[in-house]
Design a protein around this ligand. Structure first.
Ligand code: 2AL
Length: 245
């Protein structure tokens, strides 16, 4: 099967890192097609970035529908454009936040999210509520690390994240950690070994859930609000994005 892994930000080193994490867990016979849009924000860490990441992301899903992709992963913890992507894709589309929260809830009664900038905690908390995990998520914690610091080997990202995870586990009384950024994918195994609790990277979780859903021959419903978007004209800079019949 072919899974298109879309990093909605345009930082290639992060796309490469996410692709490595995905391929590490992918089954034999699963092809990971890892891409980032040609234009958009280099990192997504506020509502504005998120809004401008969505057109490029949807463009990649649209291309994916001509590339025989069986499923898609949106590899950003804000799950930007998830519902719109589901409208235009035949196969399943998974956001890494939703996938990680589901995985965590299978292995612990409560989880804590450890993320990047503190201002993104509100965004994560909104997703927790939207996905129905309000009673399972016991805390959302920022590290004040910018997303691109995760790409800098000289930053002390690992130590900062480890310290925040330790504090979160103690403060929240939770049994698992959900990593709040795709750029943390490479730290997951090491963190889990140090902390002694399950640490969930949404990229890996989403890839494995995609394999399961495709294996179950489940596709995105085209009945109701995930039906193909209504064909109409778009004007100006977005004319090329118009839904076609
Ligand atoms: C993210 C992420 O996963 N990718 C990105 O650019 N920003 N999430 C976050 N909380 O900062």
């Amino acid at each position: 099967m072919r899974i298109k892994l879309i990093n909605p930000n345009t930082t290639q080193s992060m796309t490469d890192k996410i692709a490595r994490a995905a391929r590490t867990v992918a089954a034999q016979g699963t092809e990971i097609l890892a891409v980032s849009p040609t234009g958009g924000p280099v990192s997504i860490e506020d509502h504005y970035d998120e809004a401008y990441a969505v057109p490029g992301l949807l463009g990649e899903v649209r291309i994916g529908e001509t590339q025989a992709c069986d499923a898609y992963v949106i590899a950003c913890f804000g799950d930007p454009g998830l519902d719109a992507a589901r409208e235009i894709a035949r196969g399943p589309v998974l956001g890494i936040a939703e996938a990680a929260m589901h995985a965590a809830s299978f292995v612990a009664t409560g989880f804590s999210i450890v993320t990047t900038l503190t201002r993104t905690c509100v965004m994560a908390r909104r997703l927790v509520d939207r996905y129905g995990f309000s009673t399972v998520c016991r805390g959302v914690h920022g590290t004040d690390l910018p997303v691109l610091a995760l790409e800098d080997p000289a930053s002390d990202a690992y130590a900062l994240i480890l310290a925040q995870c330790e504090q979160a586990l103690k403060q929240d009384g939770s049994g698992a950690i959900v990593l709040g950024c795709a750029g943390m994918a490479d730290l997951c195994t090491r963190l889990s070994a140090s902390l002694g609790v399950p640490v969930i990277d949404g990229v890996a979780a989403a890839v494995k859930f995609c394999e399961a859903l495709v294996g179950l021959q489940l596709q995105t419903s085209k009945h109701g609000d995930y039906a193909l978007p209504i064909p109409k004209k778009y004007t100006g800079a977005f004319a090329g994005f118009a839904p076609r019949a």
